[in-house]
Structure formats: structure tokens, C-alpha cells
Design a protein around this ligand. Structure first.
Ligand SMILES: NC(=O)c1ccc[n+]([C@@H]2O[C@H](COP(=O)([O-])OP(=O)(O)OC[C@H]3O[C@@H](n4cnc5c(N)ncnc54)[C@H](O)[C@@H]3O)[C@@H](O)[C@H]2O)c1
Length: 254
């Protein structure tokens, strides 16, 4: 019996087989979960990638910036599962002008896109799936440590700081329904989103040196396992928390 046996989990954010969400979906299935994926934009690509999972799951379309997609999400998920026990938020996007050292000149248009897709979407997704989480459950999001200013990360860093706060407010407001809301703050991993951040290679180099446990930018397994654990019944009294899966780097100064 896996730690997610009998759990019904909605997983957003799969675009390639290096997506963190792809590995969470794989680990979740290995641990006994029934998984439904959402895909954004390139649906035929997401469907092709979904077939590489141990059990190819259904894929439904979700643009978190679309009111219509959000309003119909619960109904469309219900075609595949009779409720949800967990939801993974693995979504982030910022226009190129919002990253890469252009912090002082980024327009509000670009900042607002980053914040809508990367921050507000956690609340939007929680509300869209709430009708399906009648027995309580777990919402888990992916964070990148927002307690420092990083090279090049810029407004995405601000969006992540907002995500951390959003998770705490959601934990406050959904706790009465026994819905836990937590984030996994991962070290740098080589994914499509990471490649779009100008200068991301600077993090990659420094991380392994800082992390007491070391850090492999090509290994999403530790992050995926932490997400699976938080989606399971093994963190029953944890909410509003940020679990760092970064080789211990966040704890080390200098
Ligand atoms: N890769 C890293 O180093 C790293 C580290 C810490 C946290 N994270 C976070 O992990 C999460 C997943 O990113 P990843 O690194 O696996 O990259 P990825 O490119 O594989 O995933 C990003 C996903 O966001 C989706 N997305 C973008 N705009 C969307 C929209 N409007 N509606 C719905 N989905 C949308 C994309 O389709 C894609 O699937 C992100 O929140 C990211 O910030 C990544």
C-alpha cells in the first residue's frame, strides 16, 4: 500500500517530462493515487507526455488566467473522479521583461501577468477545486525561496513572495474545511520554466556549494517525494508551511 492509496489528485503544470509536476504525478501514481492532469496551451504535447506516466491519466485543459476554464473546472474534473483529496499547483510564468535584471523598468502590465499566473492562481485554483474537496484534503504549491533577492529572478521573486503569503491566507481560510495548504520550496531544477529565466545558470552553480547535502539540478525526485508526502495523510496537522527541499541551502549563510 502506497502513502497515496485511494487518493484522487489533480496535478497542474506538466509540459515536458522534466516538469516537476510530471515527477509528482509519477510518484503519486507509484504511491497508489488516481491522477488527473491539467494542461495549458499545448494540449497535444501534454497528452503525449502524459502517456509516459506509469498509468496514462486523463488531461483536461486549464489556463489559470481564464475565468471560463476555472468556472467549469470542477465539472470537467468530475467526469473522471468523484471528488478530490489533493491538488498540486505547479504553475508559474513571467514575461521576459519581468526577469533578467530589468527590475527597475518592468511595466505593470508585465508584473500583473506574472502575479496573476504565478500567485493569484493558487487562490483561483483552490476556489475552483473547493467544491470537489468535500472531505478535506491537501493543496501543495511549488515555491522558490522568496526571502532573498536573487540574480535575474526579479518580479518572479516578488510573485513567489506573494505565493508564500497567499498560501498562508488560504491555510487560514480553508482550515475549517480540513483543507491543508503548503508549499515546497525547491532548489533549482532544469525545467522549461527554469530555462526561460535569464541567468538561471548562476543559481545552478552556487547551489551545490551552499547546500550541506549537495544539490543535483537534474534530479526532481526529492521535490516530487516531498510534494507526495504533503499530499498524503502523513502531514495531518501541517498547514501554511513551507518545506524546503533544497539540499539544506536555505539554512546556510554567507
Ligand atoms: N525549476 C526550478 O528550478 C524551480 C524551483 C522552485 C520552484 N519551481 C516552481 O515549480 C513550478 C513548476 O515549474 P517547473 O520548473 O516544473 O517548469 P515547467 O515549465 O515544467 O512548468 C511550468 C508550468 O506552468 C504552466 N503554466 C504557465 N502558464 C500557465 C497558465 N496560464 N495556466 C496554466 N498553466 C500555466 C506551464 O504550462 C507549465 O506546465 C513553478 O511554480 C516554478 O516556479 C521551479
Amino acid at each position: 500500500m502506497g502513502i497515496l492509496a485511494g487518493k484522487r489528485i489533480l496535478i497542474t503544470g506538466v509540459i515536458t517530462d522534466s516538469s516537476i509536476a510530471f515527477h509528482v504525478a509519477r510518484v503519486a501514481q507509484e504511491e497508489g493515487a488516481t491522477v488527473v492532469l491539467t494542461g495549458f496551451g499545448r494540449m497535444s504535447l501534454v497528452e503525449r507526455i502524459a502517456k509516459r506516466l506509469p498509468e496514462p491519466p486523463p488531461v483536461i485543459e486549464l489556463d489559470v488566467a481564464s475565468e471560463e476554464h476555472l468556472a467549469t473546472l470542477a465539472e470537467r474534473v468530475s467526469a473522471h473522479v468523484d471528488g478530490l483529496d489533493g491538488v498540486l499547483h505547479a504553475i508559474a510564468f513571467a514575461p521576459q521583461d519581468a526577469m533578467g535584471g530589468n527590475f527597475l523598468n518592468t511595466s505593470w502590465d508585465d508584473v500583473s501577468t506574472a502575479v496573476q499566473v504565478s500567485t493569484y492562481s493558487l487562490k483561483a485554483l483552490a476556489m475552483a477545486t473547493r467544491p470537489l474537496m468535500t472531505g478535506g484534503g491537501a493543496i501543495v504549491g511549488l515555491d522558490f525561496d522568496a526571502s532573498h533577492a536573487w540574480p535575474g529572478y526579479d518580479w518572479m521573486g516578488v510573485a513567489k513572495a506573494g505565493l508564500e503569503s497567499t498560501a498562508r491566507y488560504l491555510a487560514r481560510d480553508l482550515g475549517a474545511e480540513k483543507i491543508r495548504v503548503n508549499l515546497v520550496s525547491a532548489g533549482p531544477l532544469r525545467t522549461m520554466a527554469a530555462k526561460s529565466i535569464p541567468g538561471f545558470d548562476k543559481f545552478e552553480g552556487m547551489w551545490g556549494d551552499r547546500a550541506p547535502l549537495g544539490w543535483d539540478i537534474t534530479d526532481p525526485e526529492p521535490t516530487a517525494r516531498a510534494c507526495a508526502a504533503l499530499l498524503s495523510d502523513w502531514f495531518p496537522a501541517t498547514s501554511g508551511e513551507i518545506v524546503h527541499v533544497d539540499g539544506g541551502a536555505h539554512a546556510i549563510g554567507g
